[in-house]
Design a protein around this ligand. Sequence first.
Ligand SMILES: [Fe+2]
Length: 289
Amino acid sequence: MRDEMGMRIIPLEGGCGALIEGVDLTREISDAEFRFVKQAWDDNLVLVFRGQNISEDDQLRFAQRFGPLGDRKAPPDPLRDRAEGVKQVNSKILLVSNIKENGKPIGAFGDGEMWFHIDSGYSSKPYLYTFIYSLTLPSTGGNTLFSNMYKAAAAVPPALREKLKGRRALHIHEYKRAERVDLSQDISGSPHFWHPVFIRHPSTGRESLFVDRLMTQAIEGLEAAESEDILAQLYEIGERKEFIYEHIWQLGDLVMWDNLATIHARTYFSPDEPRLLRRCTVEGSGVSG
Ligand SMILES: [Fe+2]
């Protein structure tokens, strides 16, 4: 059923996510439409708008209704070639792409699978929200998996929850896509930050498990072996099939997700096929337990 604005929410199959119909993102949305979308977002964590034909300006205008736009975080110089493309000129936009022009990548995060992660989870103020618009897609693969970390938090067994009470975890980003960080090496040159294992979402007040396979590398105050053992358990809980929605991209999709209540991953796609997505974010203000 559609509401009086002509908008409709269709829940998606899986642990989170909903399709929103009846919105044209090339125009400014009304306050009533904004409230409708925001409520749907808090309830479903991932929203999908199909068949949009939006410019970069349209995308940024829509995103900034939800808060101040995030700046693309510049990697340190030694890691720059893993993350910076030659066509990334707007500081609010990141091009997620494997396309190269004259041998140089136009964007970031190239080919293939990418493990579950939180966008900028390694920084002191991880992004609150992420918005991605699809421009060029491979014939198959490159799907985005989203996992509901409210459900993951609730699934942590009581004894493990007690062990983790008040503890923080170390998040490190080395601009890799499917490889953990080697903690025996010096990490001082890689962006990193300690965040609580369980966080309280600033908008919904709900508890979320703030751990992901790609970037979360250690639990505070534990020996390495125990830390590794517990992280493996937390990765497994966070990646349970029943918590996941798998988004199979279509051209013209705008997908927006709550970056503090979900983790996301990318499935494999052929490096011989181009893929280009345009990302912007809303700035976060730090997370707390
Ligand atoms: Fe991401």
